[in-house]
Design a protein around this ligand. Structure first.
Ligand code: AMP
Length: 399
């Protein structure tokens, strides 16, 4: 089916054609008609499935349909967990709304709020916000929720993981009763469903099958190696393969900075991306990485969600993340919109528990490789696929 059948405004059809999209993705086919009909929605979809357009396009369409002259206060509010995601969604909205006169702005922490306040005074149709800054500006009466017709909560599971539940409840209770609510989440856990009970009314539910979301277009394997040999192995791999670009995930800020220095000593230029760097630096680094000016980006989990880097060929897990879903989000930075991607994880014996959980989550063992000269002295055992962490194991009933 093509975009023409979704009953979208011609200016939006033109914008998706300009973006090079020939047909809607699965989530777009399912979500767009429901949002246009006015239903509340809860949708389980990972990033990479085209989910941003699945809510942005119908939201823009509804704003175009009911265009008011007031344009003083925003009529659509999109709340997201991270600044990077706010910036990215703002860019996508600008792209999809380029043939309309709808205006969007984003407010998020880590940057001077004066400019954001100014943009709010000038007026916008769509506001994208992180919860803290949104409530902060609300408290200062720099913005009002009374004209909100459409409310989108993106990456709801991530919001809960980041402890935003109280903030979300505060926002939801201040919205006009008749507003249409859309909730998107990578997974629909019980916690997300509980949130959906307060954040949506009688929602239409969409779930993009886990198989589609688990990205078969990504070739994944692990390299077993001793922990103290990881940085030498990474340098060796970079020098041997001369990859065009790679996003390298590591657990800690300190680890990221250290790895940059270690690579530098071996003549490899990389940049560290983590929450300890200023927002301006993070934004610049992401822009440079997207533009191909930075070849190797060493990032902590802040870059694991939502961030859309077109045509990223490779993700490397220097550490294995916990929980297992985080692995899926990390590798999802490559192989976007069914392009081919590779994901390599460097696994040492102390990563074994995380490996078990990841392979159990995927439902299969990952292919193992060993690199000559880096054979591990401490062997990594083969995972037990039905591994249950101790705290989740049921105690045998007492007699
Ligand atoms: P998202 O899941 O929203 O982060 O989107 C993932 C990527 O898919 C982005 O680069 C989008 O620009 C791209 N995309 C979204 N919709 C389509 C489509 N219908 N056809 C091709 N690419 C798309």
């Amino acid at each position: 089916m093509s975009f023409e059948f979704l009953n979208l405004h011609p200016s939006l059809i033109q914008a998706v054609a300009d973006a090079g999209y020939t047909k809607p993705t699965d989530i777009q086919n399912k979500a767009i008609p429901q949002v246009l009909k006015g239903h509340d929605l809860i949708a389980a979809a990972q990033t990479g499935t085209g989910k941003t357009a699945s809510f942005v396009l119908p939201v823009l369409n509804k704003l175009l349909d009911g265009k008011t002259e007031k344009k003083k206060r925003f009529r659509a509010l999109i709340v997201v967990p991270t600044r990077e995601l706010a910036i990215q969604i703002e860019q996508k909205i600008r792209l999809y709304a380029q043939h309309t006169d709808l205006v969007c702005t984003a407010v998020y922490g880590g940057t001077d709020e004066k400019l954001q306040k100014q943009a709010l005074i000038e007026g916008c149709d769509i506001l994208i916000a992180t919860p803290g800054r949104l409530l902060d500006l609300y408290g200062q009466r720099a913005l009002y929720f009374e004209e909100v017709e459409l409310f989108v909560l993106d990456e709801a599971d991530r919001m809960l993981d980041m402890g935003f539940i109280d903030d979300i409840n505060r926002i939801v209770t201040r919205l006009p009763e008749e507003a249409q609510h859309l909730l998107f989440s990578a997974t629909l856990s019980n916690k997300v469903r509980d949130l959906a009970k307060t954040a949506t009314h009688n929602p239409y539910e969409i779930s993009i099958a886990a198989k589609q979301a688990s990205k078969s277009s990504i070739e994944q394997w692990i390299i077993t190696v001793d922990k103290d040999k990881k940085s030498a192995l990474l340098s060796h791999l970079i020098q041997t393969h001369q990859w065009r670009q790679a996003l390298i995930f590591i657990e800690t800020k300190h680890g990221a900075a250290k790895l940059v220095t270690q690579l530098e000593k071996r003549g490899i230029v990389a940049e560290a991306f983590h929450s300890g760097r200023s927002q301006a630096v993070r934004t610049q680094l992401l822009d440079d990485f997207k533009a191909g000016k930075v070849q190797y980006l060493i990032a902590t989990g802040v870059a694991a969600r939502g961030i859309d880097i077109i045509d990223l060929p490779l993700v490397i897990n220097y550490d294995l993340p916990f929980p297992a879903d985080e692995y899926v989000h990390r590798i999802g930075r490559t192989g976007r919109a069914s392009a081919k991607g590779e994901a390599i994880s460097l696994v040492s014996k102390d990563n074994f528990k995380n490996l078990c959980m990841i392979e159990s989550r995927l439902g299969h063992l990952l292919e193992r490789r060993v690199v000559e000269g880096f054979e591990p002295k401490k062997e990594v055992p083969v995972s037990i696929l039905n591994y249950v962490p101790k705290h989740k194991r049921k105690e045998p009933e007492q007699k």
